[in-house]
Design a protein around this ligand. Sequence first.
Ligand code: ASP
Ligand code: MG
Length: 415
Amino acid sequence: MKNVVFKFGGAALKSAESIKNIEQIIAEFQPKLIVVSAMAKTTNAFEKLIESKLKGEEIGDQLDKIRTFHQNIITNLFDEEQNEASENLDKVLAYCKAYLDHSKDKAFDEIYDQIIPAGELLSSKILGAYLEETGHNLKWLDARKILKTDNRFRKAIPHLEHSKKALLSQRDASAANLIQGFIGGTENNLMTTIGREGSDYSAALFANFIAADELVVWKDVDGVLNADPRYFNAPELIPNLSYKEAIELSYYGATIIHPKTIQPLAEKNIPLSVRSFQNTDCKGTKINSTADFNGSKSIYIYKPNQLLITLESEDLSFFGEAKMSEIYHSLFTHKLEVNLVQNSAVNCSICVDNDPHKTASLLEEFGKHFKVRYNENLELLTVRHYQTKLLEELLFNKDLIIEQKTRSTLKLLFK
Ligand code: ASP
Ligand code: MG
């Protein structure tokens, strides 16, 4: 039997119906390892919970909402009222409440990582209990004890050798193993997360550790499309992509797969399939070292909520290598990635995702060394394999702020 790893994200885990659908997929294809993220928008709900608590607001209602959402799914899946999944729900939410009541003076990123993994702990227990109930030979694994990381909370870096050993020794090679994506643990048993939407990356690491034959990421679209259906009409499926093209697309912000997913797979030449959990007849997109996309179609990647920061030296001194390396160092310590950068002699503009938890203190730090201006609520559109004749149409009615072109890639930052 093939040694396959499956990953299911929040959209695949949003109701009792969708869990039943996952069970069918697992029964049909018999994966060796199943990686899950939190259900539906649960990660966002826990983020809001933390924000409210830190502002001193009452969080009882928000906790109740999270509880009711999960409890309804549990009630729909199991006959017994008291079961493993509902006991776990009580336990996890009681822990979150107690932790938030006693953590006020800790750093935000640390608090975040002690709460956010609750989403994955809930989803994996519910799916696990249901798979057992439906007769699967299942081993539930705890990613906090397997994905060992440093303590860079919210962007923790996995220790690969340790994690690989832990997975190989804790999994049961004769069963279907179920594990959480996105979360890990430090040496001192604190919880960590590896960056939003990171469970694809976890799945790729696990596939690498067990030298899988394939990783399949199950999505609510047919595969990798040439544009995001949330923002563009009639996008088309791309059947084959090389690792290289896939890495470029995800790096520029295509949300279909996390940018770090490709490297661990390419290292062991493990193919990645992106397929639809709603339409299992469709083969989706195959990503591997040979398949190539010939660039006949333009691929559009859209990123809203961009912040453009413009730095100017106070004394008309140059933006040379030394200054640029300091700027990049600040971006790294603030856990921000640069989406676009443009320099002139005495100023430098940097475009990043606008996450106020990171950008507020970055702007403050830059303010100590530079004259700082910034522009919020911008949109960044990256077009791979752009066709010049379509550009005018794209830019119609837009206030273009920066345009950058290489032979294969066009970036447009606009308002
Ligand atoms: N649940 C996490 C998130 O929403 C991780 C993931 O979905 O990959 O960011
Ligand atoms: Mg998610």
